[in-house]
Design a protein around this ligand. Sequence first.
Ligand SMILES: Cc1ncc(COP(=O)(O)O)c(C=O)c1O
Length: 346
Amino acid sequence: MREYPSDRVDVRSDTVTQPTTAMRKVMEVAVVGDDVLGDDPSVIELQNRLAKMFGKEAALFVASGTMANAIALRTHTVPGDEIICDKTAHIYKYEGGGYAALCGASISLVEGNRGLMTADQVKKAIRKAEGSGSHYPDGTLVCVENTSNLGGGACYTQEALDEIAAVAKANGCATHIDGARIFNASVATGVDVARMCRDYDSVSICLSKGLGAPVGSVLVGSRDFIAKAHRWRKMFGGGWRQAGVLAVAGLYALDHHIDRLAEDHIRAKKVAESINSMDNFSVDLEAVQSNLVYVNCKIPAAEVVASLAKHGIDMFDLPYNRVRVAIHLHITDDDVDRIISAFAAQ
Ligand SMILES: Cc1ncc(COP(=O)(O)O)c(C=O)c1O
């Protein structure tokens, strides 16, 4: 599927996807209401659908993945609490320090592998105020990211997810999954999302990444959790009105864009293996389990980005002299060949 308004191959992120013609058609005729008043039928349908898919009682449609995570963290914690996550977690690195500014929480970082923590590491990272003579903050929330973005798109095994949830519960912590790319994880591992998230209290799900909706994320959890989250969404200014126009795009994506993620994963693997065989680049092939390919450059990454741009390929250069290729629904087999040839020309 190309349907992209230019012939450039934009692999900066899977967030650059544009609504397809078919998706725009359903948006045009969306039945809407006022979601702040709770009567937008399309939003209600999206929320009910995702709550059911994830085996949770309720859901809340919000503007972004960052907002879904911020609301989740704020709902789970009180100021002075501590959140346990991997050192590469999006909530820690790329959400503007929201955990500190909005929650008043600190973070206990885990040295995971490819962004994936073990239950043992999580256990060691949980600190409790009680028994510490008030020296420690209160570790009350464990947050995992699946797939792990900075981990190269790596996925947790179900066993690891279950063990982490068990350790968290045993130590009085709530559990949250940053599932910005949870459907990529589900397609890559073959594990249904309800099973995957069974032991977790909340999950944030992005519709606007691999799934290709223009805007929106959904937070799922218990009825009580979502009722509290609803209040935080209001306080964060996230109450929205005729949001059904966006919700129907999400519903369309759930119907049409989940299974096809497997194609993105095959293309990502091809890109990764081809680039890894080139002298100037290397890729951690074991991390490439979904749609992301982080490329280590032996020449300056900024020069690679500038040169690839001349071949019509758009990417960002990243810390540690890396670039990332994010495969998504507009990237075709021809585009994959263009990407590989452009790297080969470096
Ligand atoms: C793992 C992860 N979580 C959350 C987000 C935030 O999503 P948004 O850009 O919609 O705020 C991203 C964005 O790339 C992400 O990669």
